[in-house]
Design a binder for this molecule. Structure first.
Ligand code: EPU
Length: 430
């Protein structure tokens, strides 16, 4: 089993280049199978979830050519089945985008119910409501979502909650429905705009993505395209908070600063210096960071996917901070792990009350999910001494070459799989 061994206490310094956004790339890959022409997707993050989705589409007859680790050509001319039950697909959340894509193109789909990180109950009622509004029948049976429509017809859909997944999924199916679909109370995340942009470059007619009303005029057919995935806002934010927590100085390159506003605002509140460039952000940590309060919200609010990372920085700041999680009820599982390093955090319902401490000490920890796993790595980098982190497979699902990028910033971190590797690392850095 792979683990990270980390020797902390050294500020991160230097430059890091951000990869393409995992949560944009997943629906873009699904969109790519909505045409029989070739689609080339560049700036694809080379992470596990993407690999799983690519294997899943290959399993139904899609030709996937890896041009290089970050670029793929997809040719979905000879899809043999609309049933996707590839064994690993259950583990990833983004698998549900294949429902919207296949339903749009073939008017039917059977896809294993999605899994993903265990961060709380993750209903799909809004996806189902959207597909039904477009005229599809939808059933759940034997662990699959089964949907079929004689014809898909545009509709006026009001989302009961702001959901990234359902907004994108309905947009995918509606792109090839007859007539006009209006999605109200749509999510506004940057990846929604990215999916709309790629679909439009394939001949779709989607307007308003990035606002809470999206208008889609269905078209009969989509064609091939070449498209590059937007930079990963969450990966960028993770490195920005790593700079803050280790009191370092990091230039995060290849980002869209507009997508990072809520993250930069919190860094400024706690006393960091943040400099904005055209496609980069520099974060300089400060010796005495201040407390602040934060509540996770849909975009443009502070992202739930950054909640564990900011909590680490706040746990090392002066004073008491309050973190409120408003999207997923089970996203504080990292708190017990942080306590082992000396953090003082109490969780009450969806709120964490954090009393800042002056430092952490290294410990053995287990990554409970993707973002929490990344947060534990940040904590270990800021801590005195050695830390060992288990279950890093979660981190590998969404961060490309995480340890390599951190090493480029001076971090003492190694991917290890045996006791011997651990000893070797300790000797090397001591
Ligand atoms: N919700 C419903 N019904 C639905 C769908 C969602 O009630 O049909 C609720 C959820 O329970 C949640 C809220 O709506 O409280 C938002 O859920 P959303 O649909 O936006 O989340 P998701 O599509 O399941 C994606 C990302 C998550 C990220 C959230 C929020 C992917 C594959 N996953 O999940 O990413 O936290 O949006 O931004 O895109 C991660 O990358 O670590 C991760 C968990």
């Amino acid at each position: 089993m792979e683990q990270y061994i980390i020797k902390g206490g050294r500020p991160l310094r230097g430059e890091v280049s951000i990869s393409g956004a995992k949560n944009a790339a997943l629906p873009l890959l699904a969109a790519a199978i909505m045409t029989d022409e070739t689609v080339m997707i560049d700036n694809l993050p080379d992470v596990r979830d993407i690999g799983v989705l690519l294997q899943a589409i290959e399993s139904i007859g899609v030709m996937v050519e890896r041009v290089n680790p970050n670029c793929v050509k997809i040719q979905a001319k000879n899809i043999q089945t609309t049933r996707v039950d590839y064994e690993h697909i259950r583990k990833i959340r983004g698998s549900y985008y294949l429902v919207g894509a296949l339903l749009g193109r073939f008017h039917k789909a059977e896809v294993v119910l999605p899994g993903g990180c265990n961060i709380g109950s993750r209903p799909i009622d809004q996806h189902i409501k959207g597909f039904k509004a477009l005229g599809a029948e939808v059933f759940i049976a034997h662990g699959m979502i089964i949907t079929e429509a004689e014809q898909l017809a545009g509709s006026h859909i009001y989302m009961d909650v702001v959901t990234v997944g359902a907004t994108i999924n309905v947009m995918l199916a509606a792109a090839l429905a007859q007539g006009r679909t209006i999605i109200e109370n749509a999510a506004k995340e940057p990846h929604i705009v990215d999916v709309a942009n790629m679909l439009n470059s394939m001949g779709a007619n989607i307007k308003g993505a990035g606002t809470d009303v999206i208008r889609i005029n269905g078209v009969p057919k989509l064609h091939g395209t070449e498209y590059a995935v937007i930079p990963d806002q969450i990966e960028a934010g993770t490195f920005m908070f790593a700079a803050a927590a280790t009191k370092g100085d990091v230039l995060v390159r290849n980002v869209i600063p507009k997508h990072l506003e809520s993250i930069a605002a919190k860094l400024l509140e706690i006393g960091c210096t943040v400099e904005e460039y055209d496609d980069a952000m520099r974060v300089v940590g400060c010796e005495y960071q201040k407390n602040t309060h934060v509540k996770t919200l849909p975009y443009p609010g502070f992202p739930t996917d950054m909640q564990p990372q900011i909590a680490v920085a706040l746990a090392l700041s002066n004073g008491t901070s309050i973190v409120t999680e408003s999207l997923f009820e089970n996203r504080f599982k990292y708190v017990d792990e942080l306590s082992r390093m000396g953090a003082k955090i109490t969780v009450e319902g969806n709120t964490a009350i954090i009393d800042g401490v002056s430092g952490f000490t290294g410990a053995e920890m287990t990554a409970p999910d993707l973002r929490a796993g990344a947060a534990l790595v940040i904590a270990a980098l800021a801590a005195e001494g050695f830390s060992l982190i288990d279950d890093i497979v979660y981190i590998q699902r969404g961060y490309e070459r995480f340890e390599e990028k951190l090493k480029g910033l001076g971090a003492m971190i190694e991917l290890v799989s045996t006791e011997k590797d651990v000893t070797k690392f300790k000797l090397k850095v001591s």
